[in-house]
Design a protein around this ligand. Structure first.
Ligand code: UFG
Length: 325
């Protein structure tokens, strides 16, 4: 199978490329390297380019014959999306449309899209299933929900079939230690706590300890990057077998509080981690946990690394390698 991985030099995309290569796929990565890393592309061919550049897309699609396109390239910072919505609608919506239009033009009709739990907004019940109302509360979530809606219309009009995967908290690292999370700036909890454990930052600030949860800190559903990628691979099989558009929530179905994450990080690293109490971060729901039973039943998805200790120990192994940039 010939697969185009847009954003394949980034955190999730690079792990996906590794899995696709293990499955015998021929992979082409298209990445503008604004956040991705050349040395994270362990397999396949890297084409450096931007989704804003429709000529580059034409050149790519006219010289390749892709069976499936996977799209991991987007702007992901919720706070930044509120300050600079133009960037989010341009990168996440308009540029995605460039990609979709090129697919239609070259008759490539299978698409795997990275969506997010942020499309649901403030949870109305927990765990969150696929039919939960979509009421995103920031431009980031809205941009992803817009693309999901565009995909519905493109299916109806152009028979472009898609699988949208709504990630909860993607985390962890390649168990072989070859890949991991390298965001700049880093905003995610686990890598930040591990940077504090490694002495790269002085402390970690807990954003709010007065939520209506057992220990007062926010609860999230942390899903190992390898399990996340496995769900994408199963999504490709599903598209190949049934040629049907679907949307799935991806998480472990188990929530861990910020305090529990810090405690597990202390345990795994054996380091003392200095913890500060901070204000709540705007837009953080108290609890975000996925009901991923649809992916389990329809895709036969079986998350493998469900223990937080395992997730953290893979992330710690990566942190100790010290690839910062
Ligand atoms: N947190 C802290 N201190 C920090 C960083 C995070 O206490 O320094 C807390 C957050 O407040 C949150 C939890 O740790 O309660 C997890 O925060 P992350 O930033 O790691 O992840 P989020 O849950 O905010 O974000 C994830 C995805 C986003 C997506 C969002 C959906 O990474 O892409 O879920 O709401 F938009």
């Amino acid at each position: 199978m010939k697969i185009l991985v847009v954003g394949g030099a980034g955190y999730i995309g690079s792990h996906m490329v590794k899995l696709l290569a293990q499955q015998g796929c021929k992979v082409t990565v298209f990445d503008n390297l604004s956040f991705g890393h050349v040395d994270a592309v362990l397999h396949g061919a890297l084409v450096v380019g931007d989704l804003a550049d429709t000529q580059a897309l034409d050149a790519l699609f006219s010289t390749h014959d892709f069976d499936v396109v996977m799209h991991f390239a987007s702007s992901i910072l919720v706070g930044e999306s509120v300050q600079n919505p133009a960037k989010y609608y341009r990168n996440n919506v308009a540029n995605t449309q460039n990609l979709l239009d090129t697919m239609v033009k070259y008759d490539v009709k299978k698409f795997i899209f990275s969506s997010t739990a942020a499309i649901f907004g403030e949870p109305q019940y927990t765990p969150i299933d696929e039919v939960h109302p979509k009421l995103p509360i920031n431009p980031y979530g809205r941009s992803k929900w817009m693309v999901e809606q565009i995909l519905e219309d493109y299916d109806r009009a152009y028979a472009l079939k898609s699988i949208c995967l709504r990630y909860f908290n993607a985390c962890g690292a390649d168990p072989d230690g070859k890949l991991g999370e390298r965001h700049d700036p880093e905003t995610h909890l686990i890598p930040l706590v591990l940077q504090a454990a490694a002495g790269k930052r002085d402390n970690i600030t807990v954003f709010g300890q007065d939520y209506g949860t057992p220990d007062g800190t926010c609860i999230r559903d942390y899903i190992h990057i390898v399990d996340l990628c496995q769900a994408h691979w199963l999504g490709i099989q599903h598209l190949s077998n049934y040629n049907q558009s679907k949307r799935y929530n991806l998480g472990n179905g188990d929530g861990f509080s910020v305090q529990q994450v810090i405690d597990v990080c202390k345990l795994v690293t054996g380091k003392d981690i200095s913890v500060l109490c901070g204000e709540r971060r705007e837009g953080d729901p108290a609890i975000l946990v996925a009901d991923a039973s649809l992916a389990v039943s329809e895709l036969a998805w079986k998350p493998r690394y469900v223990k937080l200790e395992e997730i953290v120990s893979h992330a710690w192994q990566w942190e100790l390698k010290g690839k910062d940039d």
